[in-house]
Design a protein around this ligand. Structure first.
Ligand code: PRP
Ligand code: URA
Length: 212
């Protein structure tokens, strides 16, 4: 895959270790959920290194000092339903005051064309740093459509975070939206004939929620 200035792929050993357990078909639902949350949290250190902060005065037991604190009310977390839901707590634990919006999409099983079925976004989202979440970036159709929804609402500062990406999907989002920062913990080999990521981890929604 080409190098894109708006794409960050993580090859951090901590993430690789967790991805190995996540991929394993024997990993049960509880551990799968915990891993998705933990990987999201680890990725956020990089994704939010430009996070807006404000200066506050703090009194330690010894003296007063000035310290930076995150303005978490200016952050919106937007999972793509269903599987993106699994990533929300990883960020909400770090930004407890962040607002949460939801975009519902499902892929047609034969064509992989995404269909939107739900959208509820926080008031004032257009002024917020908005982080869109979906663990799987396969063809890129769902991510592109969700980004289009955010842009129609006037959101300017958009980050997109995925756990596993296929080269096809990463390229599609990176080229369609060069102004969106994309964070993918692991880049996989390819899509199969059913548009599933190889080697991947299977169906993230089903593994998170036990639907199969
Ligand atoms: C999965 C996944 C992404 C999408 C990625 O959702 O969670 O949203 O596919 O594929 P794409 O890049 O080709 O669009 P799915 O449609 O299976 O819905 P679900 O999360 O409700 O299971
Ligand atoms: N959605 C998933 O959950 N897994 C894939 O491999 C592709 C899309």
């Amino acid at each position: 895959m080409k190098n894109y200035p708006n794409v960050t792929i993580f090859n951090h050993p901590l993430i690789q270790h967790k991805i190995a357990i996540l991929r394993n078909e024997k990993t049960a639902m509880k551990e799968f959920r915990e891993l998705i949350e933990e990987i999201t949290m680890v990725m956020s250190y990089e994704a939010f290194k430009d996070c807006p902060t404000e200066t506050v005065t703090v009194k330690t037991p010894l003296e007063e000092c000035e310290q930076q604190m995150i303005c978490d009310k200016s952050i919106a977390i937007v999972p793509i339903l269903r599987a993106g839901l699994g990533m929300v707590n990883g960020l909400h634990n770090i930004f407890p005051g962040a607002r949460v919006g939801h975009i519902g999409m499902y892929r047609d099983e034969e064509t992989a064309i995404p269909h939107a079925y739900y959208c509820k976004l926080p008031e004032g989202i257009e002024k917020m740093t908005t982080i869109l979440l979906d663990p799987m970036l396969a063809t890129g159709g769902s991510a592109c459509d969700a980004i289009a929804v955010l842009k129609e609402r006037g959101v300017k500062n958009i980050k997109f975070m995925a756990i596993i990406g296929a080269p096809e999907g990463v390229s599609k989002v990176a080229e369609t939206y060069p102004d969106v920062q994309i964070y993918v913990s692991t880049l996989d080999r390819q899509l199969n004939e059913n548009y599933y990521i190889l080697p991947g981890l299977g169906d993230a929604g089903d593994r998170l929620f036990g639907t199969k």
